[in-house]
Design a protein around this ligand. Structure first.
Ligand SMILES: Cc1cc2nc3c(=O)[nH]c(=O)nc-3n(C[C@H](O)[C@H](O)[C@H](O)COP(=O)(O)OP(=O)(O)OC[C@H]3O[C@@H](n4cnc5c(N)ncnc54)[C@H](O)[C@@H]3O)c2cc1C
Length: 452
């Protein structure tokens, strides 16, 4: 099937799927939070959860009772991971009914929400009250705790990942007790990007700032040689910059430059390092319609409606797809990109689009950006798991000289021992996870393979 046809067909298929009724209904079972389930898949539909039971508690007390009572279990957010990280051999505890907006503290400039809230659930309200978050991922549909626990990120040379907004949290530990922790707690930097290993986060307090507007300008066909010569300048040309490419034709097909209106705005002109200004809104996959994308063409809009690429009310991204993403030190970015570019003929048949973003260093033990300014090289693949899983080891081998680390929530095949050796704090993280969860209630097959 031709690439454009494939993309259009799979997009329609998933859009149809989104309208189908969810195959779960609350019933009066032994536990009122238990939901009757048949086959359940993750958002992309590439992974079928194995957990036999699904619970949807509505309060922290209900979470405590469940966590205490159940043996093997794992928190489930908005199901946007592409692998088995959120699965359990027995029970999943969904946070979908834990999404209340709790408190905006104007003096301390913090907002507290229940951990299952999606960014899109409260971003607009925050803006209307005069406040903003520092950054968002490409879509606002993901839960706050689910995003932070895998070190989900947006872009920006000075912007840390979304977990860097977390000021404090409330956690239901594996024994059912509740603990609150903030940055003064020595465990904080393990638990926030905790891969779901420490229990269930029930509340999160995030740092906010005065609200701001952002304009989004898109440029087309940036020559690869210009990327090589001007990489740092291009990535620093806005508050958040993304490069989109299918690796072909020696060009980056789109550069999305998101700039805050409260900073100095200079005219970027129609020639941006050799790329030309777009004349209409465009989707990251240029063949697709742009109506689901946040507004471009330099039109200012609130931060929550410009920092993500996709609007809250619409099906994000391409639909039926797979994703992988690899982090390398920003200082080595150009060499890493050229190493991937050499593989373009192997990549192209399977790719929908790649995105290159920057993330500032942070202090979370299991963050791929731990103490290292990074570049993330993302791949949205066609949903062809065999072909993609055969290709990933080659990409990972090409990036090995750069000490590559994968996105925890996407597909990767890096050898676990090798992977662990790339995390300076892995041993401490594992010891702490075992101390919190001596019975291994939250230890699922993903953690057994990659962390334990
Ligand atoms: C279309 C699309 C676009 C994406 N864009 C980006 C992007 O721009 N940047 C990026 O970095 N990633 C991106 N991702 C990946 C996504 O952000 C991560 O996979 C994220 O972890 C998904 O959050 P979730 O709530 O769906 O988590 P789930 O998949 O439901 O769970 C993920 C992990 O979080 C744990 N967890 C969930 N809730 C809790 C809780 N309350 N307490 C403790 N642990 C919990 C689960 O146990 C599991 O380990 C994208 C994914 C998709 C499908």
């Amino acid at each position: 099937m031709k690439r454009k046809k494939f993309i259009e067909t799979t997009t329609l298929a998933i859009a149809g799927g989104m309208l189908a009724p969810i195959m779960a209904c609350t019933t009066d079972r032994k536990n009122k939070n238990e939901v009757e389930i048949s086959e359940r898949k993750n958002w992309a539909g590439n992974y079928t959860y194995k957990a036999e039971k699904l619970y949807e508690p509505t309060s922290v007390e209900e979470v405590q009772q469940l966590v205490k009572k159940l043996d093997k279990q794992k928190a489930l957010g908005t199901t946007h991971c592409f692998n088995d990280i959120a699965d359990s051999s027995q029970n999943q505890i969904s946070t979908k009914k834990l999404k209340k907006f709790i408190h905006l503290d104007k003096e301390k400039k913090t907002v507290t929400i229940e951990a299952g809230a999606r960014y899109g659930d409260f971003a607009e309200m925050l803006h209307e009250k005069g406040y903003a978050l520092h950054n968002l991922a490409s879509l606002p549909h993901i839960s706050v705790a689910g995003a932070c626990t895998t070190a989900t990120h947006g872009s920006g040379v000075k912007n840390g990942n979304l977990a860097t907004e977390v000021i404090s949290l409330e956690l239901v530990k594996p024994d059912g007790s509740v603990v609150n922790m903030d940055k003064t707690d020595s465990h904080f930097y393990a638990v926030v990007v905790g891969l779901g290993a420490f229990g269930i986060i029930t509340k999160v307090t995030l740092e906010v700032q005065d609200t701001y507007e952002v304009r989004q300008d898109v440029f087309l066909d940036l020559p690869l040689e210009s990327v090589v010569s001007n990489f740092d300048k291009i990535m620093s040309s806005g508050y958040s910059v993304s490069l989109f490419t299918d690796w072909m034709n020696n060009t980056v097909s789109e550069v999305w430059v998101k700039r805050r209106m409260d900073a100095e705005i200079i005219d970027l002109g129609s020639d941006f390092y050799g790329a030309t200004a777009a004349t209409k809104n465009i989707h990251p996959i240029a063949e697709l319609a742009s109506e689901n994308c946040t507004d471009q063409m330099g039109v200012p809009g609130p931060w929550y409606n410009r920092l993500p690429h996709f609007k809250m009310g619409f099906t994000p991204s391409a639909g039926a797809e797979l994703q992988s993403e690899y982090f390398v030190p920003r200082a080595k970015a150009v060499d890493a990109l050229l190493a991937i570019e050499k593989m373009k003929s192997q990549i192209y048949p399977h790719i929908m689009i790649s995105e290159i973003r920057s993330i500032a260093a942070d202090d979370f033990w299991m963050s791929p950006c731990f103490q290292q300014d990074s570049i993330a090289i993302h791949f949205t693949w066609k949903q062809k798991p065999n072909e993609v899983l055969a290709l990933l080891p080659m990409i990972e081998a090409a990036l090995t000289p750069f000490n590559v680390k994968p996105h925890w929530g996407k597909l990767f095949t890096i050898n676990p021992t090798e992977l662990q050796s790339r995390y300076k704090k892995h041993t401490d993280f594992l010891a702490l996870a075992k101390a919190y969860d001596p019975e291994g209630k939250f230890k699922n097959s993903y953690l057994t393979k990659n962390i334990y």
